[in-house]
Write a protein that binds this ligand. Structure first.
Ligand SMILES: N[C@@H](CCC(=O)N[C@@H](CS)C(=O)NCC(=O)O)C(=O)O
Length: 108
C-alpha cells in the first residue's frame, strides 16, 4: 500500500479480500479520539458521507470486544458484519480507507 493508494483511493489486497456489504449499517469503526490513523479513516468516512457506528476503545467494553474479535488492540479497525452474521475485522487505516472507497465511493 503506497501513499498514492491511501490518498488516491487505490485498492489493496486486504480491502479486496474483505467481505462486501451493501449498507454502512453493517460496519462499525473501532477507534480512539486522539489516534491520527483513526482521524485519517474518519476523514474518508466524512468525505464519502457515511454514518458509521464508532466505538472508542478507551472504553474497556469496546477494547475487549475488539481484542476478542479481531485479535489485536490496535486501532483503527473496521468491523464488517457478513451475510451470515459473523464479523470480519479489517485493520490498517490504508486498507480501511481503500475498502470504504471500494464499496461506498462514487465509482463503486
Ligand atoms: N499501521 C496502522 C497503525 C495504527 C496505530 O499505530 N494505532 C495506534 C494508535 S494511534 C495503536 O492502536 N496502538 C496500539 C495501542 O494503542 O494499543 C494503521 O495505519 O492503522
Amino acid at each position: 500500500m503506497s501513499l498514492f493508494d491511501f490518498f488516491g483511493g487505490g485498492a489493496s489486497q486486504a480491502a479486496e479480500a474483505a467481505p462486501a456489504v451493501n449498507s454502512p449499517e453493517r460496519l462499525a469503526l473501532y477507534q480512539k479520539e486522539w489516534c491520527p490513523y483513526c482521524q485519517r479513516v474518519k476523514a474518508v468516512v466524512a468525505e464519502l458521507g457515511l454514518e458509521l457506528a464508532e466505538y472508542d476503545t478507551n472504553d474497556s467494553e469496546h477494547l475487549q470486544a475488539l481484542m476478542a474479535g479481531g485479535g489485536q488492540r490496535m486501532v483503527p479497525c473496521l468491523r464488517i458484519e457478513q451475510d451470515n452474521g459473523d464479523y470480519f475485522w479489517l485493520y490498517e487505516s490504508a486498507d480501511i480507507a481503500a475498502y470504504l472507497r471500494m464499496h461506498f465511493g462514487k465509482d463503486s
